[in-house]
Design a protein around this ligand. Structure first.
Ligand code: ATP
Length: 314
């Protein structure tokens, strides 16, 4: 059976064994739409790598259902694995293999016939063609990361997963990496990335899921997620200093944000903004500038995970 989802999981559980068993995934339900650029966000230890490693066939799930590109992990593991390319978090390399050899070995492992191999195209795409015969131990961290992306694409999987791809990577390389990932996405590859960089997910991903303590806290289109918090702050810079909040603003959620600055907490819905502006006009204060501080993903993330952190600490 095929599924319209690139990734489809239901009640996915993972408990790592050992003297003190760890329940890393607590019955996750998640759908990653085909063709999406999907962000999986969560703090350290949330279960992101466990989730990815199960899909990649590197970790056995304890229970539940998982499908990759419609292929069930239990019933059709070969096709499920062939449908996914994973760029792992760790930069693990055989020091004496060259990029060219690594790509060819990987293609061989996936049974890609010589005539269909894309080693040259992929190495060129990640700007490593001139390094194709260098030992991998001589490559910089950034080059290794790019090589791993190329390696994950040798069998042209419809789904590419990047596990914390920019951790410890400089800004220039990040841009290079994202340019290539965006290109792959534009050509139809479904992209899933895990990241701690909330701005990165906000900028890149059309859909975002937040995972915390082995549970999916939310999963929705990025604009919907942002709209869930409708609060923002209006900042008013005044022409002269004030020492306290004028009584015109009684009943407003106002604070002194500096000697010349008033801040108002408002809701986007309703008429909060209009009411602030009317009160400001009535106060006779001379306004020099006005700006707003929008809610970003960081605020949403904190709000959504605060409850479960408190539970976990209890
Ligand atoms: N092989 C293992 N054996 C036992 N416990 C494990 C194992 N791998 C992960 N865990 C535990 O499972 C939980 C989830 O870990 P996981 O690596 O999936 O989280 P993560 O969200 O990827 O974190 P990070 O962002 O740090 O990579 C953690 O508490 C971790 O300590």
């Amino acid at each position: 059976m095929t599924s319209p989802s690139a990734i489809h999981v239901r009640s996915l559980e993972k408990t790592y064994g050992g003297p003190s068993p760890k329940r890393a995934l607590k019955g996750i339900d998640l759908d990653i739409p085909q063709g999406s650029m999907f962000g999986l966000l969560g703090p350290n230890g949330a279960g992101k790598s466990t989730f990815i490693n199960i899909l990649a066939g590197l970790v056995n799930k304890s229970s539940g259902e998982a499908r990759v590109w419609g292929f069930d992990l239990d019933e059709n593991p070969r096709n499920a694995r062939a449908s996914i390319g994973v760029v792992p978090q760790e930069l693990v390399f055989d020091a004496f293999f060259t990029p060219w050899e690594m790509m060819e070995v990987q293609a061989g492992m996936y049974g890609v016939p010589k005539s269909e191999r894309r080693t040259e195209e992929l190495l060129k795409a990640v700007h490593l063609w001139d390094k194709r015969h260098a030992y991998s131990r001589t490559l910089s961290g950034g080059m290794k990361r790019r090589l791993l992306v190329a390696k994950a694409m040798v069998h042209t999987p419809p789904v590419l997963i990047l596990d914390e791809p920019t951790a410890g990577v400089d800004i220039e390389l990040r841009q290079l990496l994202w340019t290539y990932v965006r290109e792959l996405h534009a050509r139809g590859t479904t992209i899933v990335l895990t990241t701690h960089y909330l701005e990165e997910a906000e900028e890149l991903c059309d859909t975002i899921a937040i995972i915390n303590h082995g549970e999916v806290v939310c999963s929705e289109p990025t604009p919907d997620l942002l709209a869930r918090i409708d609060e923002k702050e209006i900042l008013i810079d005044l022409a002269s200093e004030i020492s306290e909040i004028p009584q015109h603003f009684n009943g407003f959620r106002a604070r002194l944000a500096g000697p010349n600055r008033l801040a108002f907490q408002v809701s986007r819905k309703g008429n909060d903004v209009g009411a602030v502006l009317a009160a400001l006009s009535a106060s006779g204060l001379e306004v020099r500038d006005l700006s707003t501080d929008e809610t970003d993903l960081e605020d949403i993330f904190l709000q959504l995970t605060r409850g479960s952190d408190a539970d976990a600490a209890a």
